[in-house]
Ligand binder design. Structure first.
Ligand SMILES: Nc1ncnc2c1ncn2[C@@H]1O[C@H](COP(=O)(O)OP(=O)(O)O)[C@@H](O)[C@H]1O
Ligand SMILES: [Mg+2]
Length: 361
């Protein structure tokens, strides 16, 4: 196995089959690397652009062995990869970045908030909900309404219900499949922002300017970056991200979702141990985008510059919205990114557009 930095021509493995893996694959290919994707999905968006694609369950040991044989380092584009898969790869001597601790601290919403609070990072107040009987006392403490979420595997607002009474809570718990859950106090945020950060080999850190995010039905709709008045929150957002990266001895790109409160406090909503949808603006707005940055980090290369070149309004194309592509293509300052997904189901992320705007003074 070659050492780091990896040389062009080396192969990087990606666990996961989605658009994040696809954009990582394109970025890695630009630097002369080959990508090997392992995904359980047939015809996955990233498998179609990668040099090697292995279609198998994440727990398929023969497939993991094949991946380890091909690759000089393995990363993931999806934090719900089973921890056992990473352990198996690590047992084969395969370098993994970010490491298994990053996955363990972010796969479960209770573990994630407990981890953050232990670092002195504020989150909303929360309660662990193992069964419907836990909900009444938790609501009493957290106040109503509160948000019931499954502890694991939620994304794009899936697996979440607002509740105001214990009876509503019991019904919602059953609707969410009776799985271990978390009840969260409502964050009275004035806006949602996020910071995309990176840590390389040799503890090098890099931070992009904070972006401002708008969600609809729990799904990200737009990011404006740099966020209006980003200087107000930038230093504190960087300090939060740095504490997380350092504690996890992290290598790669990390996304940190934040609630900005009326009194100016920042609470962490959640962290993503991977490239992040709110960092897509960097593809057309920053010197080195988050995808190349992640590849540089895991390959042991120096990190790239995070400076914004223009302001960007990133808009996700959800479901049928992707059909507006001809209008977007007709605007020369709209940079279109499509994921090559077949069926445009409602709410499904089909692509995004980065609209270029002048940088604020
Ligand atoms: N405790 C909360 N208070 C208020 N809004 C919340 C809370 N938790 C989540 N939300 C809203 O729902 C969105 C999605 O929730 P999040 O926890 O980020 O789940 P996902 O993993 O699906 O992104 C957030 O971006 C925010 O708009
Ligand atoms: Mg989120």
């Amino acid at each position: 196995m070659p050492g780091f930095p990896l040389e062009p021509g080396a192969t990087i493995g990606i666990l996961g089959g989605g658009q994040l893996g696809r954009m990582l694959t394109v970025a890695a290919t630009e630097l002369g690397f080959d990508i090997a994707v392992l995904t359980p999905r047939e015809n996955a968006p990233d498998a179609r652009v990668a040099a090697y694609a292995i279609t198998a369950a994440y727990t398929d040991e023969a497939a993991l062995r094949e991946l380890a044989d091909l690759c000089d380092v393995v990363t993931f584009e999806f934090e719900n990869v089973p921890a056992d898969a990473l352990e198996f790869l690590a047992g084969l001597g395969c370098p993994i970045a970010p490491g298994p601790k990053a996955l363990a601290s972010t796969q479960d919403r209770v573990a994630e908030k407990t981890f953050l609070n232990a670092l002195g990072i504020e989150t909303v107040a929360f309660a662990q909900v193992d069964g419907p009987d836990d909900i009444g006392p938790a609501l009493e403490r957290l106040g109503a309404p509160a948000l019931l979420k499954t502890r694991r595997e939620g994304y794009d607002g899936k697996g979440q219900r607002w509740i105001s009474t214990a009876a509503e809570g019991a019904a919602a718990f059953a609707e969410l499949g009776g799985k271990p859950a978390i009840l969260e106090a409502r964050a009275e945020f004035v806006r949602e922002v996020s910071i995309i950060a990176a840590r390389g080999h040799g503890e090098q850190l890099a931070f992009y300017p904070v972006g401002e995010n708008r969600h609809a039905d729990g799904i990200l709709k737009t990011t404006v970056a740099p966020a209006p008045e980003w200087e107000r929150v930038q230093d504190r957002a960087e300090a939060i991200a740095a504490a997380i990266l350092e504690d996890l001895d992290y290598v790669g790109v990390l996304g940190v979702e934040l609630f900005e409160l009326a009194d100016g406090r920042l609470l962490v909503n959640e962290i993503a141990p991977r490239v992040h949808n709110t960092g897509h603006w960097t593809q057309d707005g920053a010197v080195c985008d988050q995808f190349e940055q992640h590849i540089r980090a895991v390959a042991g290369w120096p990190l790239g510059a995070t400076q914004p070149l223009v302001a960007i309004e990133m808009e996700n194309l959800l479901g049928q919205e992707v059909e507006t592509w001809p209008d977007i293509a007709a605007d020369p300052y709209a940079r279109l990114h499509l994921y090559g997904k077949g069926e445009a189901r409602p709410g499904r992320k089909m692509g995004h557009v980065n609209r270029l705007r002048p940088l604020p003074d």
